[in-house]
Write a protein that binds this ligand. Structure first.
Ligand SMILES: C[S@@+](CC[C@H](N)C(=O)[O-])C[C@H]1O[C@@H](n2cnc3c(N)ncnc32)[C@H](O)[C@@H]1O
Length: 207
């Protein structure tokens, strides 16, 4: 609240409760995955689970210049599935989540079932993001504080390689940005940025 200010903070809190109860899901709170049930070799680079703000997600979607029904969305580090359920509300053609922690992956399956989206609307993969092959149609990539800079840089390498293989407009929604230099050195274009008081809530890049 110190950085963001009172009004945005209250809106964030209200949305937390409203959205979880709308879908009868539980995506609140923070948790550390069980390190023995994590796919891949990047457990030491991973951040704890925390669901992204419903309130700010809506603002980023409003400023994303894509046709949702023709776009495929990927959440890198999808946790309990909150962002996937929000993205499904926007009727993306495909919504994909990648989560390396088995316990969180299982919770996301339960949440998606409770939210009653058709089973094919959301696809979740229990894998390390670096072992995931980005499909040629994916064009919107979402990050909410999932991992350290080394993994982030390698995921961006994979996104760049995917664009080279199948050229298309791509957008990255990078929320709570901490490793902006990874993005700036690649020459991505900033098309939207949201600041609240002293807090940078996120950036949309076009590739
Ligand atoms: C801050 S949470 C964000 C959750 C979700 N995107 C949301 O906003 O609701 C970060 C998530 O990334 C996952 N994660 C961290 N490193 C990962 C990796 N290398 N591969 C896949 N998932 C990872 C964590 O387990 C955690 O669930």
């Amino acid at each position: 609240m110190r950085k963001r200010g009172l009004i945005p903070t209250l809106k964030v809190i209200w949305h937390e409760y409203a959205f979880d109860s709308k879908y009868s899901i539980n995506t609140r709170g923070r948790s550390q995955p069980n390190p023995h049930n994590v796919e891949g070799n990047n457990v030491n680079s991973g951040k704890e689970y925390q669901g992204y703000s419903y309130y700010f997600f809506k603002i980023f979607m409003k400023n994303l210049p894509v046709n949702f029904s023709e776009s495929a969305f990927i959440d890198f580090g999808s946790g309990k599935g909150r962002v996937l359920i929000m993205a499904a509300e926007y009727k993306f053609k495909r919504v994909i989540g990648i989560e390396y922690a088995e316990d969180l992956f299982k919770e996301s399956l339960i949440n998606i079932r409770s939210a009653q989206f058709e089973s094919e609307a959301i696809e979740i993969v229990n894998a390390d993001v670096l072992d995931y092959q980005i499909p040629d149609i994916a064009n919107v990539f979402f990050f909410f504080n999932p991992f350290d800079e080394d993994v982030m840089d390698n995921v961006l390498n994979n996104i760049d390689a995917s664009k080279l293989k199948a050229p298309r407009d791509m957008y990255i929604v990078y929320t709570s940005p901490t490793f902006e230099s990874c993005f700036n050195t690649r020459g991505y274009e900033k098309v939207f940025e949201l600041n609240n008081g002293a807090k940078n809530e996120g950036i949309i890049y076009k590739l």
